[in-house]
Design a protein around this ligand. Sequence first.
Ligand code: SF4
Length: 217
Amino acid sequence: MTEPRSGPYIWVTWLSKLLVGDRSCEWAAWFKAHHKNYDRSPSPFDVVTWQMNHTALLGDVRAGLEADGNRVLSEDQNYFNLRGSSGAVLGGKPDLVVMRQDGTGAIYDVKTGQPRASDNAQVMIYMYALPYVNQFRGIEFEGKLVYGGGEVEIPSDAIDDSFRSHLFGLIRRISDSEPARRVPSGLECGMCDLTESDCPERIESDPRESIAEGAEF
Ligand code: SF4
């Protein structure tokens, strides 16, 4: 049953798609930041296959990094909660964190699908947050996205003032007591895990299944 949280709590992956415009409905993240134990709408994706593919690729990447002599922390070892000056807490769990002898590090995220800008944004949020977390304090991280067919590198200087400004602005809107902007659409509601009981404006119909008639072309 849906309950209010004691303070705003934001999971990194709620932010990454909004940051790059892959999602528009900030209300979904706002609601989740302020509530817990809400019902989840069934996922349209084959989650089991995705998890098995992801686990297999993650294991391959970790084995390769360890074979090169790196110290590698994976998934639950990297779980963090970071409180900002506003009181909002940002939480996340990078796939792999590599700690090097020279004091630098790399944050790896492994993706089984096609590259998307939101993948970069997700890793960049980790790169911003981890140096504040005790076990990673002060380490300068670069980012690596690993896909089935290759790697994308994100240099440490990608976390610049512009990125911080966009990230902080979004976190402010999501953690505010005033609800963020709600943007119901058949496409986005179809990918949203909130149910109609928490979001009465949810649209169930898929616009890809209807075609308007009568144009002159
Ligand atoms: S169901 Fe639709 S309108 Fe409601 S929060 Fe999700 S995306 Fe936004």
